[in-house]
Structures are given as structure tokens and as C-alpha cells.
Ligand binder design. Sequence first.
Ligand code: NCD
Ligand code: ZN
Length: 346
Amino acid sequence: MTPAPDQLVLRRPDDWHVHLRDDVMLEQVLPATARQFARAIVMPNLRPPVTTVDAAIAYRQRIEAALPQGMAFTPLMTAYLTDDISPDELERGHSEGVFTAAKLYPANATTNSAAGVSDLACISAVLERMQAIDMPLLIHGEVTDPDIDIFDREAVFIERHLIPLRRQFPQLRVVFEHITTEQAAQFVADGDPLMAATITPHHLHINRNAMFQGGLRSDFYCLPVAKRERHRLALRQAATSGNPSFFLGTDSAPHPRAGKESSCGCAGIYNAPYALESYLAVFEEEGALQHFEAFASENGPRFYKLPLNEDTITLERTAQLVPAQLEGEGLVPFHASEVLDWRLAG
Ligand code: NCD
Ligand code: ZN
């Protein structure tokens, strides 16, 4: 057996799904993402959502302005699909290098998704165009039908919407975002090469019990909600398998403390500050360090048809205690008060 390494040097990773927010929150959370990742796919669910090329350009400028001096980071912007977004606006944004992809939120599926798509039939011309110009579609894959149990919403989405969508638009590149179930992992593993999935650190570490351990723990509440243990195990298998259809997307989703600690608490886990250490722990526990770099730094850009990053990062085997809470907005980071075995150097 080869001894466990004390240091890992790898191609700089990217985050293929992050919520950077805006204003004061943007300023607080951006450095954590920019420290680790060269690029990130930035979610458009602001209030109001990013539905136009001009709004995306303005948001991109605010992100660039919030970046601390000396940090290199490229935000990749996304368009928020609505029932009446125009195919021409999307195509213009894509061809001008503003929109890397477009995000489908089923209406009311999650935070700031009220303006999302009420029925896929409303956007068939948009999907047709995206397929024609090879613009990736990013999907929050949950049905919103109140008759469907919240823990079944992702699996039902596959049957009701994703399978028909693949049939109708077989050449459309699709990322099934933040998958949480064995059904989704299986669907993507079996799927065609134009279908991929991101997997978050938290869905690899926690199952649904975490939300109820000793009381109601809103810091572990996110959407799609964490599922049973067998799903977590299936996700760990998928992420660490070496299958190029799975790649890193943190879904880091910070909310002010008052938004989490409320009678109607917000969904979202803030995992950006220790994201790489968190993923790395999983790959090490699964005996799959040899697949970590592909998951973190290669599968994503290959799927998005973007160049791989050329610089590197170093992770060292140094224990670090994650703080219970961070300064500023009072954010509680994922792994709060736990000790992580690895630390990103620099
Ligand atoms: C996200 C947010 O807060 O914007 N919340 C979450 O739990 N992941 C929205 C989302 O990605 O679903
Ligand atoms: Zn998200």
C-alpha cells in the first residue's frame, strides 16, 4: 500500500454552481470562492433575477469590483429562464460572451424562484434555440407539485420532465445541478454524453438526519433537501468513480443569520470557505484520491468546452478547526466547529 500523501498539488479547480449574492453579502463571500477557484458559474437568482444581457453585464461588473486586489477570478454568468424570456436575448448574450449558460428554476422550487418557469412547454422555443447554438441548460431538477413528497421531488422530476426533455432536445447540453438521489446519479451515469451533474460537498457529507439532530438545525437545510443515507452513499460513489459526467459545484448559498434562524428559515448551506477541503475528505475516505483532480478541475471545463486552468493549488495535510461562525454577516460555514484534515495552502 502506498502511504497517504501529505501534500497534493493539482490543477486549479472551478466551481460550477455558486450563489455569490450581491452588495454587502457579495463582498463578504466572494474572497472565499476566488481563493480556491479560477472560475465559477454564478447563479442568477438575485432579486430581481438576472434575465437580460444588460443585467448580467452589470452583475459581472459588481462581482469584479468586489474582488480583492490581486485576486484572479472569472465569474461565468448565467441567464435566469422565465416563461417569457426571448430566445434572441439569450442568443445575443451567449454570442457576446456574457451568458455561459441558462438556468432553469421550476417556478417556486427554491429561493428567489417565483419568476421561474411554470411549464417547460412555455420555453420550448428557447430550448430549441439553446440546442441550436450549443448553450448549456442548467436544471434545478425538482417538481413543485404540492402532492409530491419533498423527498421524492427530484426522482419524480426525472420521470416527468427530464426524460421527455432529453427526448425532445437530444442535442441540448444539460447539467443536472446539485443532484441528491441515487436515481439522479444513476440517470446521469447511464445517460448520454451531453448530460452531466454537479454534486455539492454537503450532499456527500450529510443525510437528512443532520437537520434534526438534537433539535431543528437550519444550517443543514438546503434545496434540494438532503435525502436518506443510501442516497448519500450513491452520490459518494458517483463523485469518486472517475466518471467524467460528474463534477464539482458547491451550491454555496449564504443567507444572513436572521434568514436561517427564523420561523420560516431560508434554504441554503454556506460551504464556500472550506469547499475543497470538504470534497477532498470525501475522496480520501473513499480511497479515490486519484480521481479528485478530474472531478474538481477537468470534468467541468471539458463539459462546458472551456480550457482547463493552467495554474495549480496545493492542499496540505494540516488539521484545521472550522470556526463556529464567521465575522461580518454572521454566516455559519459548513463543517462549523469540526476539524478538517486538509488545508488549502496560501
Ligand atoms: C439556493 C439559494 O439560497 O439561492 N438555496 C439552496 O438551498 N441551494 C437556491 C438553490 O440553488 O436552490
Ligand atoms: Zn444553487
